[in-house]
Design a binder for this molecule. Structure first.
Ligand code: NAP
Length: 251
């Protein structure tokens, strides 16, 4: 059951059409949830995933929204609830990874990194609190929240802020809503990074392997359902966060 008895087994996954978000969508569908697949540009992938899961006939749907547009963020959950009924779980997975030294991080770059990686998920959390009232939120963080990875400056800072608001909201909204974070390590090279670059970092991971998207997805379902846990960050990183600052040696 989602978060407690009587709550809706319907989940909104942002950035749910491709990559890790797609694995999260599949895992919730396999666990018996109706899934709302949010996408921005990946419409074809969202429709293909929707069809694979049985389409609207099976209770699933896909919704488009640009999460950099505050009005679209504000309208997303109310529209999803209006058209398909209550939502019991929100998974904030949409993000944009960027790497730039702090010395080159100007106000505009900082604002852009925060807008998608902190402000949008936070506003969706707030919307969930107002519109859905009860259930569970899972925020996709990054193992860098335990590190001082200065080259992932603005992205890393935004994820740290998201970890902080995960804990704060867990307290403020208890017992109605549980809020947790999943902090992946090396799963898939970001769209703007060559896969070989990530592969070269794997020997530095204590478990010597990349993390499977399915394992990140399983952790999201676990946190959505485990009523004993709130305010927790679950590291899915093969132990990387234990190694300290810039543990992978990534440039
Ligand atoms: N990949 C990893 O190894 C890794 C490691 C640590 C943490 N994480 C975290 O895990 C989560 C998933 O990772 P990922 O690599 O699968 O993410 P990703 O591919 O970088 O991004 C996921 C989705 O975010 C959506 N998105 C980006 N900008 C948007 C906007 N303005 N409005 C709406 N949607 C937007 C995109 O949807 P469309 O394609 O539909 O445009 C994109 O497909 C992220 O939060 C990431 O930070 C990933």
């Amino acid at each position: 059951m989602a978060s407690g008895s009587g709550e809706a087994r319907r989940v909104l996954v942002t950035g749910g059409a491709v990559r890790i978000g797609q694995a999260i969508v599949r895992a919730f569908a396999a666990a018996g949830y109706c899934v709302v697949i949010h996408y921005r540009r990946s419409e074809a992938a969202a429709q293909a995933l929707l069809a694979e899961l049985g389409g609207v006939q099976a209770g699933h749907c896909a919704v488009q929204a640009d999460l950099l547009d505050c009005e679209q963020v504000a309208g997303l959950l109310p529209a999803v609830v209006r058209s398909g009924g209550p939502v019991g779980v929100l998974v904030n997975s949409a993000a944009v990874y960027s790497r730039r030294p702090l010395a080159e991080t100007d106000a505009r770059f900082l604002a852009e990194a925060y807008a998608i990686n902190f402000t949008a998920p936070f506003l969706l959390m707030r919307s969930f609190e107002k519109v859905c009232r009860t259930g569970a939120i899972v925020n996709l963080l990054d193992q860098r929240v335990a590190q001082a990875d200065f080259r992932a400056g603005a992205y890393g800072l935004a994820k740290k802020s998201l970890r902080d608001v995960t804990e704060a909201a867990a307290l403020e909204w208890a017992p109605r809503i549980r809020v947790n974070g999943v902090a992946p390590g090396l799963v898939m090279a970001p769209p703007n990074v060559a896969p070989e670059k990530m592969a070269a970092l794997i020997p530095n991971v204590p478990t010597k392997k990349a993390v499977a998207p399915d394992d990140v997805a399983k952790a999201c379902v676990f946190l959505a359902e485990m009523t004993a846990i709130t305010g927790q960050t679950l590291f899915l990183d093969g132990g990387l966060h234990l190694l300290g600052p810039n543990a992978t040696g990534e440039k």
